[in-house]
Design a protein around this ligand. Structure first.
Ligand code: BT5
Length: 306
């Protein structure tokens, strides 16, 4: 966000300020102040004009300026009404050398899950992709999928929703899928070039518009402010990124998979047993009848206890 616009927003959110005072404090013309105010109103900010000056009464629940303002993480936001896939766009930005960018869209026409599965992305969702360049070997990258699951789960729990994590990349409410994560990366063995963590959260969406295995925040608690959810999610993800050693213990606490009988389909085989632990960077330890197995990736199904 432009620094002047951020300064104006900060001033207006604290108290009523007159146009001339803003102009004097920021050393810009009164016409420039008016232009910024109009631009902010066009983006959905509700700015009252009173005899004493301007006051910020409300912020839009979506949009790049609204999300960046109040964000406590070093990400810039690129917001779209509609796009094919935010992961695809983030990859374009990665190829152009960008870093710490979050691509967000209200709707996706070609949203993707793992293995190129379709990801239903109607308007009202939180469809976002975070591009960053951590200083880690490529084999450690799955820790960020776990970190994203923790950030999603902790964020929605603030709304008193009993969400839990299903290994490796789902956030569930009861046994319905609220959110999924698609992590993509590029780099050399000993150094990640970039990582894109794609996050889909069914936010303000009627469950009739989703697969019947899915649920949404709207179905659980009613319409929410996506701005609040996204800011909290990105702030949380950023703190986990700063302290990756906290990810596994928190993941264990939020997991719905550990302790359960599971069936995991990998590319080559099906493994059945009890999920007993998670280990760095994101592998599931399963106790099977023939001994312990460690699985790095796959589709996991929770089975009913026999
Ligand atoms: C995932 O794949 O769960 C990863 C989803 C990542 C989506 C985000 S949205 C922003 C970013 N841009 C993208 O293009 N993608 C990312 P997977 O574990 O393969 O699960 C896919 C399966 O979930 C599908 O085969 C459906 O059964 C189910 N599904 C599809 N859409 C869903 C939805 N909106 N909510 C819940 N389940 C869904």
């Amino acid at each position: 966000m432009q620094p002047t616009r951020r300064q104006i927003l900060t001033a207006l959110s604290e108290e009523t300020v007159s146009g001339p005072d803003i102009a004097a404090n920021l050393d810009i013309s009164r016409a420039a102040v008016w232009k910024h105010i109009e631009a902010l109103r066009d983006e959905g900010f509700v700015i009252d004009s009173t005899a004493d000056g301007y006051y910020l009464r409300d912020k839009p629940e979506f949009g790049s300026t609204a999300i960046e303002f109040g964000l406590n993480a070093p990400y810039s936001i690129e917001c779209h009404d509609t796009i094919d896939s935010t992961n695809r766009r983030a990859r374009e930005l990665a190829d152009a050398g960008e870093n710490n960018v979050v691509v967000i869209s209200d709707c996706q026409t070609g949203g993707r899950g793992r293995l190129n599965r379709e990801w239903t992305s109607p308007p009202g969702g939180i469809w976002l992709s975070l591009l960053f360049r951590p200083d880690i070997p490529i084999a450690s990258a799955p820790i960020y999928t776990l970190g994203a699951a923790v950030a999603i789960c902790e964020t929605v729990r603030q709304f008193d929703i009993d969400a839990g994590i299903k290994w490796p990349n789902d956030v569930l409410i009861a046994d319905k899928k609220l959110a999924g994560i698609l992590t993509e990366m590029e780099g050399e063995a000993d150094q990640v070039g970039w990582i894109i963590v794609g996050i889909g959260i069914n936010a303000n969406i009627d469950s009739d518009d989703l697969p019947n295995t899915a649920t949404s925040l709207q179905a659980e608690i009613g319409t929410i402010s996506r701005r609040t959810v996204i800011q909290s999610l990105l702030n949380r993800f950023n703190s986990l990124h700063m302290e990756p050693s906290t990810i596994l213990p928190t993941w264990r606490n939020l997991s719905q998979t550990l302790g359960k009988p599971v069936r995991v389909e990998t590319a080559n085989e099906t493994i059945c047993g009890t999920a007993i632990d998670i280990e760095f960077p994101g592998s599931l330890r399963i106790q099977t009848e023939s001994g312990e197995r460690v699985v790095t990736t796959g589709d996991c199904e929770h089975l009913r206890p026999t």
